[in-house]
Design a protein around this ligand. Structure first.
Ligand SMILES: [Zn+2]
Length: 249
């Protein structure tokens, strides 16, 4: 049976603490350790994740969760979409990185990494805002010592452009029915969740706890080499998913 890891996007000081804590309490109750995508210098003012210094979610809280076994990832730098480029994994027609010059991507990624380090958080996992990145993003990531990207479709981790990709879920319901071995990652935006979403996850964890793994289990799997044909299939699947409109930024 396919095993499922969990990632939480948009973790940044000031985000909606009620929903964030409601979800992490649920994970903690089922002892599931997720990947958390931390935005180093959030400038996204979308309601629900807008910077607010009075909120409970701060870097101290983030460091505490990492000490408990949550795995940190760098979720872009500012989380502001500056291009209409979908990149090489085209789930969304906008990006903080895809279509940006290599020079500027190096600046963004280097700055983000430095900020996180200054907050006592070190990571070699990258989570692209909007899932969008291009070849230059991969070059800039390697330059700054990143090894993993949480994105792409597939049954197991794979290497591409010198980095290891840890695949995300194409369709939640299909992954659960998948009888064959493999791994995937469910993508969670807590600030977008409402009561029914929390109830759905509660049901999922209580009925299928054995399917869920801690995120760091993915690092223990030897990645496969991705062929060009497989990349094309992934590109097509991402476009189809975008037009089905079922993934949000
Ligand atoms: Zn995001």
């Amino acid at each position: 049976m396919k095993k499922i890891a969990v990632r939480i996007d948009d973790v940044t000081p000031g985000m909606d603490p009620n929903k964030m804590l409601r979800f992490t309490n649920l994970l903690d109750r089922y002892q599931i350790k997720p990947l958390i995508g931390i935005i180093p210098a959030n400038r996204d003012d979308t309601p629900g994740m807008a910077p607010d210094p009075n909120d409970t979610i701060d870097f101290e809280w983030i460091r505490m969760k990492i000490a408990e076994g949550y795995v940190p990832a760098m979720h872009g730098c500012n989380h502001v979409y500056t291009t209409e480029d979908a990149g090489i994994f085209p789930l969304n027609p906008f990006s903080e990185f895809a279509g940006v010059s290599l020079y500027d991507q190096l600046k963004l990624i280097g700055y983000g990494k430095k900020l996180l380090r200054n907050k006592g958080i070190d990571t070699d996992v990258f989570m692209a805002p909007g899932h969008s990145y291009d070849i230059n993003t991969l070059k800039a990531l390697k330059h700054f010592g990143f090894k993993y990207v949480t994105d792409g479709f597939g049954r197991r981790p794979y290497t591409q452009g010198g980095l290891t990709f840890l695949p995300i879920s194409l369709l939640r319901s299909l992954e659960l029915k998948d009888p064959e071995d493999g791994v995937t990652t469910f993508v969670v935006h807590t600030w977008m969740m409402d009561d029914p979403d929390f109830e759905e996850y509660e049901k999922l964890f209580s009925e299928h706890r054995e399917r869920f793994i801690n995120f760091d289990e993915l690092f223990k799997i030897t990645p496969v080499r991705r062929s060009r044909g497989k990349h094309y299939a992934e590109y097509t699947a991402a476009r189809l998913k975008r037009f089905a409109g079922s993934i949000k930024k």
